[in-house]
Write a new protein. Sequence first.
Length: 201
Amino acid sequence: MDIILLERIEKLGTIGDVVSVKDGFARNFLLPQKKALRANDANRKVFEANRERLEKDNAARRQAAETDGRKVDGAEVVLIRSSSNAGQLYGSVSVRDIAAGLKEQGHEVDKKQIVLGHPIKAIGLHEVTVALHPEVHVKIKANVARSDDEAELQRQGVDVLAQMFADDQAAAEEQADAARIDGSLEPGEIPAELFERDQDE
């Protein structure tokens, strides 16, 4: 279907461009959201008559978005979640969670403006894009952790999972050395309590 764009759409074009898109995309998204018009003679005349107003409105919205963007850019949302020992979340972080976190900080961001390339399913620092306007995108950080202390460590650049793995390795080696010293283990043998713990996990 041929359509006339009423605003800039990424990978499609800018205001006034006549582009060809799949019927479903036009009917289900672009036309109902008033982002485009069907490209017929009547709509072309309507568009040309309103072009100046549309461009002026778009420029005003872009300017407002740029002002808001300066406040939101670089913001960090801390999200405390439960996870497995490997750092995998029980569930995932959604755009709604991120929008709620930004709202708590006083930023008016709609969940539709948050662009998640893929669901966040692990603890760590994740970069998230916020599209305040088709031409204004800013980056924020989602700091997903199991506690406020862990979130603070991540903020300082500590890889919490790698640290946890290293601590577990050190503890296992200590236990193995202690067992070897008291003579209850042959070299290379795994302590029974460690084996049991692995089975539980």
